[in-house]
Design a protein around this ligand. Structure first.
Ligand code: DQA
Length: 155
């Protein structure tokens, strides 16, 4: 009988204001709610054989604590840090300290938007960045993480 080691979950972390998805600036962020995004992530993760831990916080400190937790408990991190992307040295340092694969993602193409969104303080601390594909950015980020965590498998 095949014996399988259970893989640690992938943490999908969402930052400030993402709890308002669906209501917030739908022309920029679309009409899907965060619940819809979670369902999409769970379905895609299942197809990749990944477990997910999906969370959102408006608090920078809570996001830092979750990244610390992920260091031991997660196989990787997909993070949409929202506005903290552009301001947070603390999230940069936490992601560096986590020392596990991580992907930064955004619903919108931040590079087509205001100049203050063109800088990411967390990008140098992650494996790669995905932005501009709406909710599909989450799907692409999960596939990217999967290819890092399980490089022998496609997806
Ligand atoms: C965002 C882009 C950020 O600039 C913004 O502050 C957000 C959402 C995105 O998903 O497109 O809150 O991370």
């Amino acid at each position: 009988m095949e014996s399988r080691v259970r893989m640690k979950p992938v943490y999908i972390l969402n930052g400030p204001n993402l709890n308002l998805l669906g209501l917030r600036e739908p022309a920029v962020y679309g009409t899907a709610t965060l619940g819809d995004v979670e369902a999409l992530c769970r379905s895609h993760a299942k197809s990749l054989g990944l477990e997910v831990e999906f969370r959102q916080s408006n608090s920078e400190g809570e996001l830092v604590s979750w990244i610390h937790e992920a260091r031991d408990r997660a196989s990787g991190i997909a993070i949409n840090a929202g506005a903290y992307t552009h301001t947070s040295v603390a999230l940069h340092d936490a992601l560096k300290a986590a020392d596990i694969p991580a992907v930064e993602l955004h619903l919108s193409n931040v590079h087509r938007r205001e100049a203050f969104r063109h800088t990411s303080l967390i990008a140098p601390a992650v494996n790669g960045v995905i932005c501009g594909f709406g909710t599909n950015s989450y799907v692409l980020a999960l596939s990217a993480l999967h290819s890092i965590i399980s490089p022998d498998k496609k997806g």
